[in-house]
Structures are given as structure tokens and as C-alpha cells.
Write a protein that binds this ligand. Structure first.
Ligand code: NAD
Ligand code: MG
Ligand code: MG
Length: 331
């Protein structure tokens, strides 16, 4: 299943530059969207709660700030960047009544549209611009002159040019510099949840933690275990990211490469692959979404317990101590 990838020459910047854009929320993604679009010549306003601590921060960066209702009222395009679990409520209370025919409702992740928590009226566009990276990197790379790739999707095309709007918005985010990938809301929602659960966040943290615990339980000093299983991870990933697995393999010793082929499939084995399939199934059939929303409605009880457990883990204490000696990280 091939995808189409769009670059700068494929995009018309004037589409987004001629729209009034409201960014709802000023968190990880919100600040990056607002600032990147402003620097790309787009008319941006940020919509926040009255009394929000982000209000002054956004104004200091030269952004127009107003209430969510006022921002939604003024804008042609409304980008929803409050946390996924808050979006349905914010949409009902502050956005829905301001939507006019031909407006565009935009998302950076498909959760609420795909699982049906937000239902937009038929006379508005529903699009997505989903950066494939954390918000602070989206901003940093834009400033540096590169850009985080985006998935661009259209769920509803009321005006006939929803795709051009999605593409142009992604351009304004810097996405066209490294590639805008055309996808569907279902694809983005499911692969994004799967990636963060099985590989990027869930898989990675458990892998690092399991390696650390194995060494420490066997009597090795935690500092050595940290350097080996945690600190070096970034160097290996950087080599893969920049030049491929083959180049990472070229850079490491033959001993390490032999060990990679020998041990990797023992750690990520048939059982791990079955677990990945099960995780994907629960994302596709909506069970994960239901569990997540239920925990949110329960004051994030389970999430907060897990967060506290990792914050208290020896790997975090060891890491904090070691990193405090890195002058280059503190800077
Ligand atoms: P965040 O938690 O960093 O920021 C949320 C913002 O919304 C904050 O400014 C917060 O003050 C505000 N907010 C919180 N509750 C609110 C409420 N009830 N009413 C009004 N404002 C409220 O969120 P985020 O991680 O930037 O996520 C936003 C969207 O971007 C989500 O759809 C997420 O899936 C998507 N996304 C995030 C990342 C990322 O890097 N974090 C990457 C890709 C996509
Ligand atoms: Mg995500
Ligand atoms: Mg080594």
C-alpha cells in the first residue's frame, strides 16, 4: 500500500495564508502550531481559558490571545490542541456554536473524530495535520530550518478544497520540508496509538527498564546499567535515524552486531509479537479508547499511579544524578 508524499513544490502556501486560524490550547503542540504558522505568514490567534497560565506566555511570543469562544468566532479554521480527553467537552462548550458553513475544524490526532466523541456538522471541513514528533521538536526543527513530517488527512470535505487547506496548513508547520504524507483519520489514529504504545513510548521505556533491572539485579552498579541501557540508546538511535540500520551496524563492533542478531529475536520474540497484535486489535476495535476515556473520567487514577511508579523508579533517580553532572545538558 503505497502512500503519496508531498514536498514544498507541491503546496500552495497562499491557501493557509489567506485564512484566519484559531489555535485552541497552548501546550506541547499548541505553541508549535501557533508560532510556526505565524512565522509562515499566517493570521493566527490563540484561544485559551480565561485565567490560563499560558495567556501571558503566548502574548510574550507576539501572538494574539483571546478566549476560546472569541477565537472560534473569528476564525475560518479552528485547530483543536487541548488534550484528547478534554476535546469533546471544549468542542461542545466553546467551539460548536461558532462554527459557520465552510469553516474548517482541524485536529493533530484523529482520536475524537475516529472514535466518534466529536461529531462535526456536515457543512464544515474536518481535517488533520498530525506532526510525527513531539511539539517542542516541531518548533525547534522549524526554527532550525528543517521540519517534522506530517500526516495530512481529510475526514469531511464540505468546501471542495479541504485537501488543499490541510496540505497548506502542514506547509505552514514546516512539514513540507521533510514530507507531508497523505493518510486517513483511521490510519493516523490507529498507527499513532500503536506506535506510541508498542514501540516509541511503551515498548522503549519497558525495554530500557528491563535491561537496567536485569543488570542491577545481577549486582552491577546502577550507574553502569544506566550508561549501558539508557544513555547509549540515543547514540544508537541517532545513527539509525541519520543513516539507516546498516550504518549503525557499520559503526558498532562486529561483536555488537553479532550479538544484535543473536539476542534481539530472543527479547522481541513470538510472544512479544503476539502482544503487539493484541495491542493493535484493541486499538482497532475501540477497546483501548474506551479504557482510556473511562480512566480520564475517573480522574486519571490509573494513569497517575503508573506515573508515580516510574517517577520513583531507581532508573530515574540514577539518571537524575548522572545527568546533573552533564554541563552540556544543563545548558
Ligand atoms: P498538552 O497537554 O500539551 O496541551 C494542552 C493545552 O490545553 C494546554 O495549554 C492546557 O492548558 C490546555 N487545556 C487543558 N485542559 C483544558 C481545558 N479543559 N480547556 C481548555 N484548555 C485546556 O496537549 P498536547 O500534547 O499538545 O496535545 C494536543 C493534541 O495534539 C492532542 O490531540 C494530541 O494527541 C496531539 N498530538 C500531540 C503530540 C505531542 O507532541 N504532545 C504529538 C502529535 C499529536
Ligand atoms: Mg499520539
Ligand atoms: Mg558496548
Amino acid at each position: 500500500m503505497a502512500v503519496t508524499i508531498y514536498y514544498e513544490q507541491d503546496v500552495d502556501p497562499s491557501v493557509i495564508q489567506n485564512m484566519k486560524v484559531a489555535i485552541i490550547g497552548y501546550g506541547s503542540q499548541g505553541h508549535a502550531h501557533a508560532l510556526n504558522l505565524k512565522d509562515s505568514g499566517v493570521d493566527v490567534r490563540v484561544g485559551l481559558r480565561e485565567g490560563s497560565s499560558s495567556w501571558a506566555k503566548a502574548e510574550e511570543m507576539g501572538l494574539k490571545v483571546m478566549t476560546m469562544d472569541d477565537a472560534a468566532e473569528e476564525a475560518d479554521l479552528i485547530m483543536m490542541l487541548v488534550p484528547d480527553e478534554k476535546q469533546a467537552e471544549v468542542y461542545e462548550q466553546h467551539i460548536a456554536s461558532h462554527l459557520k458553513e465552510g469553516n474548517t475544524l482541524a485536529f493533530a490526532h484523529g482520536f475524537n473524530i475516529h472514535y466518534g466523541y466529536i461529531k462535526a456538522p456536515e457543512n464544515v471541513n474536518v481535517i488533520m495535520c498530525a506532526p510525527k514528533g513531539p511539539g517542542h521538536i516541531v518548533r525547534r526543527q522549524y526554527v532550525e530550518g528543517s521540519g517534522v513530517p506530517d500526516l495530512a488527512c481529510v475526514a469531511q470535505d464540505a468546501t471542495g478544497n479541504a485537501w488543499d487547506i490541510a496540505l497548506s496548513y502542514c506547509w505552514g508547520m514546516g512539514g513540507a520540508r521533510s514530507g507531508i504524507i497523505k493518510a486517513t483519520f483511521a490510519q493516523e489514529t490507529e498507527e499513532d496509538l500503536f506506535g506510541e504504545q508498542a514501540v516509541l513510548c511503551g515498548g522503549l521505556v519497558e525495554l530500557v527498564k528491563a535491561g537496567f533491572e536485569t543488570l542491577v539485579d545481577a549486582g552491577y552498579p546502577p550507574e553502569l546499567a544506566y550508561f549501558e541501557c539508557y544513555h547509549e540508546m540515543k547514540m544508537i538511535v541517532d545513527l539509525m535515524y541519520e543513516s539507516g540500520i546498516h550504518f549503525m551496524n557499520y559503526s558498532i563492533s562486529n561483536t555488537a552486531e553479532y550479538g544484535e542478531y543473536y539476542a534481539g529475536p530472543k527479547v522481541i520474540n513470538e510472544q512479544s509479537r503476539e502482544a503487539m497484535k493484541e495491542i493493535l486489535k484493541r486499538i482497532q476495535n475501540g477497546e483501548f479508547a474506551k479504557d482510556f476515556v473511562a480512566d480520564c473520567n475517573n480522574g486519571h487514577k490509573w494513569l497517575l499511579e503508573q506515573r508515580e511508579a516510574i517517577n520513583e523508579h531507581q532508573i530515574e533517580k540514577t539518571g537524575e544524578q548522572i545527568r546533573s553532572m552533564f554541563s552540556w545538558i544543563k545548558a
